[in-house]
Design a protein around this ligand. Structure first.
Ligand SMILES: NC(=O)c1ccc[n+]([C@@H]2O[C@H](COP(=O)([O-])OP(=O)(O)OC[C@H]3O[C@@H](n4cnc5c(N)ncnc54)[C@H](OP(=O)(O)O)[C@@H]3O)[C@@H](O)[C@H]2O)c1
Length: 208
């Protein structure tokens, strides 16, 4: 934990304090295609901006199309000629994930990089359309299915281009406050359990 707090550089030469601009400086992503989920704001928008600036074709996979279009316009203003598009994806809906994967396949694009960034945290308890606790549905199940459905395209791209693919799952320091026995699958949809988990995550010290 301490190296993280003091932002000590890791083996890569970077730390949590390094920016996307810094870690990609001097690297060309020309010819690569990347999907960034949740690219309509925050870390996802910044990731899309920098990948596009380095020359990648970026697919912003988002549920808020209007917000994503604003981000896309900002990217184009900064990097004229950047290759960036918006596609609809609601990770809390398995049907939406399947539709996104089908739409992407229909485009016939290669896929080198998948950045599973979208996420919600400590939202009020609710169930997704598929009856799964919303945070688990969005952050985990939706991305799991998305990755599964895109994997063959990534493998094909890698074989044909001889360039390794990359799947990045954006996570959280909150993983340090997990239950010792692991995920309590039997209690995923238990509201009381959910509230305790959120309290533990947001106010970890009194509970650990
Ligand atoms: N920022 C931090 O300090 C921090 C710390 C730990 C972990 N993280 C993780 O880093 C990732 C990005 O966080 P952030 O800080 O950039 O948060 P953010 O600004 O809230 O961005 C989250 C993105 O996820 C999207 N999203 C949420 N639910 C979605 C759904 N059902 N389908 C599709 N997209 C959905 C949001 O879209 P809408 O615009 O439609 O809401 C938004 O674009 C998340 O996975 C988060 O858990 C961040």
């Amino acid at each position: 934990m301490l190296p993280w707090i003091f932002s000590r550089k890791g083996a890569s030469g970077f730390s949590w304090a390094s920016t996307a601009d810094q870690v990609t400086a001097g690297i060309s992503a020309a010819g690569l295609t990347a999907i960034v989920t949740g690219a309509s704001s925050g870390i996802g928008a910044e990731t899309a901006r920098v990948l596009a600036a380095r020359g990648a074709h970026v697919v912003m996979a988002v549920r808020n199309l209007a917000a994503a279009e604003t981000v896309r316009q900002a990217v184009l203003a900064e990097t004229p000629g950047a290759s960036v598009e918006v596609m609809e994806l609601d990770l809390s809906s398995l049907a939406s994930v399947r539709k996104f994967a089908a739409d992407f396949a229909a485009r016939g694009l290669p896929l080198n990089i998948l950045i599973n960034n979208a996420g919600v945290m400590a939202t009020p308890f609710s169930l997704s359309k598929d009856g799964i606790e919303m945070q688990f549905a969005t952050n985990h199940v939706g991305h799991f299915l998305l990755t599964h459905l895109l994997l063959e395209t990534m493998k094909k791209t890698s074989h044909e281009s001889n360039v390794e693919g990359r799947i990045v799952n954006v996570s959280s320091e909150g993983h340090r406050f997990a239950y010792k026995e692991g995920i309590r699958f039997a209690k995923l949809n238990d509201e009381e359990e959910y509230v305790i988990s959120v309290q533990t995550l947001c106010f970890p010290l009194p509970f650990t």
